[in-house]
Design a protein around this ligand. Sequence first.
Ligand code: PLP
Length: 465
Amino acid sequence: MELPYAEPYRIKTVESIRRSSRAEREVWIAAAHYNLFNVRSEQVFIDLLTDSGTGAMSSAQWAEMMLGDESYAGASSYYKLKEAVKEVMGFDYFLPAHQGRAAENVLMSALIGPGREGKGKVVPGNSHFDTTKGHIENRGAHAIDCTVDEAFDPELDRPFKGNVDLGKLEKVFKEHRREDIPFCIVTVTCNTSGGQPVSMENIRAVSALCRNYGIPLFLDAARFAENCYFIKTREKGYADKDIRDISREMFSYADGATMSSKKDGIVNIGGLILFRDEEMWRRCSTFNIMYEGFNTYGGMAGRDLGALSVGLREATELSYLESRIGQVAYLGKKLVDYGVPVMRPFGGHAIFVDAKRLLPRVPREEFIAQTLGIEAYLEGGVRGVEIGTLLADRDPDTRENRYPALELLRLAIPRRTYTNAHMDYVAATLANVYERRNSIVHGYRIVREAPILRHFTVELEPARS
Ligand SMILES: *Cc1c(COP(=O)(O)O)cnc(C)c1O
């Protein structure tokens, strides 16, 4: 028989985690005002809040942390990272930043402006990540979502639901002046639409369209390696190609990229800005020096640059990606077997549970996905994150709640951190909540909230009536 995937590593250091009782968790979640961001990590058994900066580094990465020197200018680990960036992504120029949003801030300061110069400008893309959108809107510009319609049907099983709709994109190019479109950004994989990949064919076509209209194309490359794996396994013509060849081809269609290294860099902090040409690198380096640090460290310690240089190579090993994406699918399949409704196909980094279908009796005014998140925590000490009405926030003009089409509980899986026995536990936790779904009729109401990005700090109480 064909041998299954197995992790291409063994475990050398472990961190103890503790299973608490339901009674303990009831006290803790009430003290946290029913906001999972306020729960201490020691009060969580399996933490699937995010896959960002939560992965486990390899012994080779830890060794590199010791080898790198901490020079302000020209650290040896900077040059190691430069080599890795060239080998894995094909770029000659790059700037380090302290994380992904910092990279976005630098790039947009150069391409849109450091202040409110974005008024009247638009940045098209595929379901921009929230910090990307934040940096665009904070400059007075607008992010225009050009994702294919199929992305918004949670049950539709299509290979590349992160794709850009070329018709929608060209419409933006036709309706706005060239000088009002500073750039176009394609997120690989598309986090906001469920960790869904973008095909090489689509990236190539977007690139050609951008070139026709003279618009620079950037990739938001936080999960570039996972996207390459999906291209290899789902797109015609790529089955026999090496992940790094796919990666270099993918990036070759772009003028540059931003990256949160906390995802496919497999480090706990860091970011990158990548450039095709020297002129753009020069323009951005002025802002990088002001906001982040000198060109050869940019907000990162020398040791972290070294760990990232190894992480980029490890993240693009096929055996690693097979076990990484295989584990996400393992959890997805378990949930499906238990009848728990989840988004299809399974994403690269997370499983998205369809909370509206799982808890049909909770009214939307009482925050369905948040209610599911709290139930999963109470049931098994599993922490996911709400992608629903709390996150969608209020309309800035009317101050009414915005109710998104989908209410999701995201279970993001940290890289190389948990075993499949942990996944069995998570699936059983959700299955138990699903079993008693008809007894869950009430959600929560807001006691206190911030004017923007409320989900991080919101305080709730049970809505019993
Ligand atoms: C995480 C992420 C970012 C922001 O990166 P940080 O390192 O969290 O600042 C940007 N884009 C995407 C797609 C992300 O997943």
